[in-house]
Design a protein around this ligand. Structure first.
Ligand SMILES: [Mn+2]
Length: 321
């Protein structure tokens, strides 16, 4: 079984390359720091790689200063571990060099993972990669301390939407409980990572709420961050992803969509569904991906034409209900 094989490799090896996806979320960074932390505590050497800037809400996690976004690929590693990436390209521009690191270990929970690793541990039943890393730490008898526990908690908490999305299993609760036994304070983590907003962010929400519109007999809800707001603020850094929860909570809405204009004529669509639509499949029609209840894609064009194209594709997913 892949988990046993990976446990064996991390126990035996001395030098590891660890990476998670660009535009990282709490699971990507939490898992990266937790696995890096436990390997360091075991006296091993690690390079923790994440391409591009770390969003503000994740930039105060313990160990974040060890994360680099450039790496000398002539270094030799006993293994490379890629976390929370549905495909290798999600790692960013270094992805083409990673085949030289052997073996390449792919640890993920996206159903449509491309199985790019020499060893693939893809468990779509896991709420988060953090959950899988916790199992790995246990199985390999790797050390755990409060900061590692906190980073694992960040991974679980963010990917389950604070333990309420439908990936919140009893296993996720059990692991979170064990992390709390290690001393993790859920409210302290929540404030740091999810629930501490700036006044500026609330004002952006205020303008965004006015853009909410319903389509497809009220089953699709759009919320758009207006372009003039975007030009004033770096909304990626402000972590506005959760604005999608506002159209999502409207009675009758099945698919909620947050639309952000990343650059002129280039839109990022963040999708959520409530009950039955597989938005990962819907996003894949536009070259994106994700999970059945949370996915994303980017698309060029005029806002109106992109919305119309989305609605016509969404129609097929909404039929029969
Ligand atoms: Mn994840």
């Amino acid at each position: 079984m892949a988990l046993n094989e990976i446990a064996h490799i991390v126990k035996k090896g001395e030098r590891f390359f660890l990476a998670s996806h660009k535009d990282p979320d709490g699971d990507a960074i939490g898992s990266l720091l937790a696995l890096g932390g436990t390997l360091l505590l075991s006296g091993k050497e690690v390079v923790l790689f994440n391409e591009g800037p770390i969003p503000d809400h994740l930039s105060s996690l313990a160990g974040i200063e060890r994360v680099v976004d450039a790496v000398d690929m002539k270094l030799e590693f006993d293994a490379g571990l890629v976390l929370d990436c549905g495909n290798l390209e999600r790692v960013g521009t270094v992805s083409c060099h990673l085949s030289k690191i052997g073996p390449l270990i792919n640890i993920d929970h996206h159903e449509n993972n491309s199985r790019f690793g020499d060893i693939n541990l893809v468990d779509a039943q896991s709420s988060s990669v953090g959950e899988i890393i916790y199992r790995l730490i246990k199985l390999a008898s790797l050390p755990l301390d409060l900061t590692i526990a906190e980073n694992l908690f960040v991974a679980l908490q963010t990917d389950t939407g604070s333990f309420k999305y439908d990936n919140t299993t009893s296993e996720a609760f059990s692991i979170a409980g064990e992390l709390v036994d290690w001393g993790v304070k859920p409210w302290k983590i929540s404030r740091k990572v999810m629930d501490e907003w700036t006044l500026e962010k609330l004002h952006i929400l205020e303008s965004a709420l006015k853009t909410i519109e319903l389509h497809s007999a009220g089953k699709v809800g759009f919320i758009t961050i207006p372009q003039d707001t975007l030009s004033k603020a770096d909304t990626d850094n402000l972590n506005c992803e959760r604005f999608v929860d506002y159209p999502r909570c409207i009675s009758g809405v099945e698919i909620a969509v947050l639309i952000r204009e990343i650059k002129k004529g280039y839109y990022r669509f963040s999708l959520r569904s409530n009950d039955w639509v597989n938005v990962a499949e819907l996003a894949s029609l536009f070259g994106g991906g994700g999970h059945p209840r949370a996915a994303a894609f980017s698309k060029e064009g005029s806002l109106d034409s992109v919305k119309q194209e989305f609605l016509s594709k969404a129609k097929g997913f909404l039929q029969g209900r």
